[in-house]
Design a protein around this ligand. Structure first.
Ligand code: NAD
Ligand code: UDP
Length: 327
């Protein structure tokens, strides 16, 4: 069985590639290296450089390789930037996915796994968030992901597409062997920024708001290890092969940690002190995002074995300590 991993040179995609190879799947990575890294792609995967908006290039890939399933990690995914550049976000996230789906359907590839996000929910009314909760994104990024989600049932109806959607909460951590990890430029995510501060690469860590309606005033998030995201995708793909059931699942650990709690945990684990400063709220940030992961546990038999905050920080630290300049 061969899996085409679009975006396999990126943070989550590169971990996905490793998990697939580990399970004996053949892997073809398709990536334009806009935010990904050639060095993140395992040498046992075939690498095809190209853009998901380039139909001719995708068609060549489908002609060259027999593909059983497509996993689609490509996206522009910075919330703030998405508010300034909606054209680019719709172009890549919606237009790119449409082009990929067209190439799949024309080449008779029916299985599709899509990376979606907790940002599709917006400000939640009830916690933990179930998949049936209202989806009302507060930013363009979440809106583009939801737009793709809404296309998929129509593609299934007309062309027999079978799909799984995974809405990730806060992806974090790194491969336990320390060889791949998170390397974004610019980096905006909390845990890598704290670790860069601990390394002295940055002067201080800013806490974006301490006046939220949470126990310590900072935002609460559900951090999910990238290895657990990868294992869910494999279970989802195998479930799709067996049952053909198209469904959407949250991927979170079901526990919330505040920004201050994450900072304190990093200090404990790596034994370094560093400067912390409270700054203004970041626009568009919901106070608390915590997933209900009941559905994915029950239907796919998934358990997030890597997602204690300690393990997330320890594995991310191992990557950052040994790769201070990234790839
Ligand atoms: P990333 O930027 O590290 O990876 C994306 C990869 O896709 C990169 O290798 C990039 O070069 C490639 N890419 C982007 N546009 C492309 C295009 N048009 N053609 C070909 N390749 C293209 O991002 P990530 O953090 O690994 O996120 C992966 C997916 O997961 C994204 O779809 C993102 O929206 C989603 N997601 C991420 C998080 C998170 O916390 N990181 C949370 C929820 C959802
Ligand atoms: N955050 C922060 N300081 C930073 C980066 C992030 O206080 O330098 C906060 C951010 O406001 C959010 C949480 O940390 O409440 C997680 O942010 P991240 O960007 O990692 O993920 P998001 O929840 O936006 O997907």
């Amino acid at each position: 069985m061969n899996v085409l991993v679009c975006g396999g040179a990126g943070y989550i995609g590169s971990h996905m590639v490793r998990a697939l190879l580990n399970k004996g799947y053949g892997v073809v990575v398709y990536d334009n290296l806009s935010t990904g890294h050639r060095g993140a792609v395992h040498p046992d995967a075939v690498f095809e450089e190209g853009d998901v908006r380039n139909y001719a290039s995708l068609e060549r890939v489908f002609l060259r390789h027999q593909i059983d399933c497509v996993m689609h990690f490509c996206a522009n995914s910075l919330v703030g930037e998405s508010m300034e550049k909606p054209l680019e976000y719709y172009d890549n996230n919606v237009g790119g996915t449409l082009c990929l789906l067209r190439a799949m359907i024309n080449n008779d590839v029916k299985h599709f796994i899509f990376s979606s996000t907790a940002a599709t929910y917006g400000e939640p009314e009830v916690l933990p968030i179930e998949e049936t909760a209202t989806t009302c994104p507060t930013n363009t990024y979440g809106a583009t992901k939801l737009a793709v989600e809404k296309m998929l049932p129509w593609m299934a109806n007309a062309y027999g597409l079978q799909y799984k959607v995974f809405r990730y909460f806060n992806a974090s951590g790194a491969h336990p062997d320390g060889t791949i990890g998170e390397d974004h430029t610019p980096e905006t995510h909390l845990i890598p920024l704290i670790l860069k501060t601990a390394q002295g690469i940055r002067d201080k860590i800013f806490v974006f708001g301490d006046d939220y309606p949470t126990p310590d005033g900072s935002c609460v998030r559900d951090y999910i290890h990238v290895m657990d995201i990868a294992s869910a995708h494999i279970l989802g793909m195998e479930h799709l092969f067996e049952t053909g059931i198209s469904e959407t699942y949250n991927l979170g650990d079901g526990k919330g940690f505040s920004v201050f709690e994450v900072i304190e945990k990093v200090k404990d684990i790596i034994g370094e002190d560093f400067a912390v400063e409270v700054a203004d709220r970041r626009s568009g940030d919901p106070a608390r995002l915590i997933a209900s992961s009941e559905k994915v546990r029950k239907v796919l038999g998934w358990t997030p074995d890597h997602s204690t905050l300690e393990n997330i920080i320890a594995t991310a630290w191992c990557w950052h300590k040994n790769h201070p300049a990234g790839y």
